[in-house]
Design a protein around this ligand. Structure first.
Ligand code: F6R
Length: 619
């Protein structure tokens, strides 16, 4: 949710912190702030409500001097997004400064306790409680030792939190800590310098050797040196891992928005998703990091897919893949529901968590619960080294490269590829899917990136989606319909539209239309039908007839050359004919483009839609 950065070294800290915040702005963007400290312990704090540009202007005018500092971009949890609630927050004497990502769940009790001791609060945030607590322990009981004061303060906090603090008394040191499943803390060092950030894109231009702090760990960060320990003070050996992502991948590369870039680079991200998984000659799928042997797979009684948002919709399609190709029953659960409904889990279950970020609090908690109750666990995940990769027994990496746009696009299609690979793999290892069927699916997967690339090239050349946006950007409501696997695509298409254009859209199973939603249809209420030529195509055609009979406008995601829909629908969003398991991966592309172009036409900030954040690391 919020983004945290920290720097200590030889260079001016302010521009490095601002650059880091710019790369993390997708995590939260309702206010931002930074504190820069010089070697004598003089600190300058700058904070501003609104987008990062407001803070950048203030920093430019004030020229804070110093070669250490911390910064924060906020997604409000406690208190409105106004300047006094922006981080960093400080102790009463201004000596201890703190930035935080997470929630202090017992903040009311702690605030009352500190108030009774005379502490005064200047903000509505839970973060200020942390600054005051550290201050209290620093002066009472910890003998002016910031590290220990922080440990004592952290022991009083409930809830997931990632925190970075610094003190005027120790100007050549930052301290970071992580409690529970709050958004990550990545640390990296380079000759004479050290960096901290919630997420790798803020560090990658400085170093690709990174340590992800585990829950319950602390990092004491000095120029060129980072020391790791547990919260009780025991030293911990942490070796940096080399990250394959590059800083260039995490840039916009000439596109207006990250989302646009991420949509158009899907030929490449789909190719990358397949990397290392296909043995074409032997018509086999390899999932080495899944860590499940053939015996365990044969004994599997059920797969439970756990995810949120777009990743959940990928899971709905995964159910079709796994049930049909691997012959195993599948349940798909919202992670936020699963974790609170006392699920029945057995040791012959496999829980598959799908998460782009690997840091979504509900998904982590749901996977942890499934594991505690005896299930084998696997993560389909994009961000290398994220928490879910360490929590689950096995991993299928999306390999999609950094996804920065808040609306997920290329991670969705990569997750579908991974789910298809998983279904083929289980079918192959259990003998339920013969070599011929595997061969056909592998051929289809190999053809997929080229098909996606051709679709996207044609879309760009034709300008079709910009024209559709011109026609539909003033619509107030949309219905999205699909059936079978394309029901999930309808829901994903509707989610993309509402989150970046703020137009109300509902994704619905087409067969349920006549049980209620058809009452909505009139000339003003357009319907997007996802109706490529698959096994339920005829059923979709009758939906189109029913909508047209009520004078509704129809936009149809249809197979190229479908003469019927070309005549019956008002607008066609074409996709190529393909293997039925590949079709949903192609069918979502027009819906991503449609939402993107409408948002652009409305002049909205596509990468930073209001009220949203990329990684939802709080409940
Ligand atoms: C929508 C979107 C969200 C995420 C959801 C889960 O475009 O991006 O719905 O899919 O917050 O995030 P991850 O996959 O990181 O767990």
């Amino acid at each position: 949710m919020c983004g945290i950065v920290g720097y200590i070294g030889e260079r001016d800290a302010a521009p490095i912190l601002l650059d880091g915040l710019r790369r993390l702005e997708y995590r939260g963007y309702d206010s931002a702030g930074l504190a820069v400290m010089d070697r004598a312990g003089a600190v300058m704090v700058q904070r501003a409500a609104g987008k990062l540009g407001n803070l950048a202007q203030r920093v430019e005018a004030a020229h804070p001097q110093g070669d250490a500092g911390i910064g924060h971009t906020r997604w409000a949890t406690h208190g409105p997004p106004i300047e006094r609630n922006a981080h960093p927050h400080s102790s009463p004497d201004g000596a201890i400064l703190v930035v935080q990502n997470g929630i202090v769940e017992n903040f009311h009790d702690l605030r009352a306790e500190l108030r009774a001791e005379g502490y005064v609060f200047l903000s509505d945030t839970d973060t200020e409680v942390i600054a005051h607590l550290i201050h209290r322990f620093y002066h009472n009981g910890c003998g002016g030792d910031l590290e220990w004061a922080m440990r004592c303060a952290l022991a009083r906090l409930h809830g997931p939190n990632a925190i970075v603090a610094m003190s005027k008394d120790q100007p050549r040191r930052l301290i970071a800590a992580r409690l529970g499943h709050a958004g990550g803390v990545a640390a990296g060092e380079r000759a004479g310098e050290a960096f901290l950030a919630s997420d790798m894109p803020a560090i990658l231009s400085h170093t690709d050797e990174i340590v992800h702090l585990e829950s319950g760990q602390m990092a004491v960060v000095e120029p060129g040196r980072i020391r790791y320990s547990t919260l009780s003070g025991d030293a911990v050996e942490r070796r940096p891992v080399s990250v394959a992502w590059t800083a260039a991948e995490a840039d916009k590369g000439g596109y207006a928005f990250y989302m646009e870039k991420e949509i158009y680079e899907q030929a490449a991200s789909l190719t990358a998703a397949l990397r290392g998984h296909l043995d074409v000659e032997n018509r086999r799928v390899e999932l080495a990091a899944l860590n499940l042997d053939a015996g365990k797979l044969a004994a599997l009684r059920r797969v439970t897919i756990l995810a949120c948002g777009t990743s959940y919709y990928a899971g709905l399609i995964g159910k079709h893949y796994l049930e049909r190709l691997a012959g195993v029953p599948v349940e798909v659960d919202y992670a936020s529901e699963f974790r609170y409904r006392q699920p029945l889990v057995r040791s012959d279950d496999l829980a598959v968590a799908i998460t782009q970020s690997g840091e979504t609090a509900d998904t982590l908690a749901a996977a942890e619960l499934a594991k505690e109750r005896g299930a084998a666990t696997a993560a389909i995940v994009n961000v290398e080294g994220s928490q879910i990769t360490r929590l689950c027994d096995g991993v299928i990496p999306m390999q999609a490269g950094p996804e920065i746009g808040v609306a997920s696009t290329k991670a969705f299609t990569a997750a579908l590829v991974d789910l298809l690979l998983l279904a083929i793999y289980i079918g192959q290892e259990t003998g339920r899917l013969d070599a011929e069927q595997r061969g056909e699916l592998i051929e289809a997967l190999l053809a997929l990136p080229g098909m996606a690339g051709a679709l996207l090239d044609e879309a760009r050349r034709s300008g079709r989606y910009a024209r559709l946006a011109e026609t539909f950007h003033t619509s107030r409501n949309f219905l999205y319909l699909g059936r079978g696997m394309h029901y999930a695509i309808a829901r994903e298409g509707a989610l993309k539209l509402k989150e970046i254009t703020y137009i109300h859209a509902e994704g619905y199973p087409a067969g349920e239309m006549k049980h209620g939603p058809i009452a909505l249809i009139d000339e003003e209420w357009p319907t997007v039908v996802v109706a490529p030529q698959d096994r339920v195509y005829d059923k979709m055609v009758s939906q189109v007839e029913q909508i047209k009979a009520r004078r509704g406008k129809v936009l149809a995601v249809a197979s190229e050359g479908d003469a019927y829909l070309a005549g019956a629908a008002d607008y066609v969003l074409p996709i190529p004919a393909a293997n039925e398991f590949i079709l949903p991966i192609l069918a979502v592309l027009p819906l991503q483009l449609f939402a993107y172009e409408i948002a652009r036409r409305k002049g909205l900030d596509v990468d930073q839609p209001r009220n949203l954040a990329k990684s939802v690391t709080v409940e």
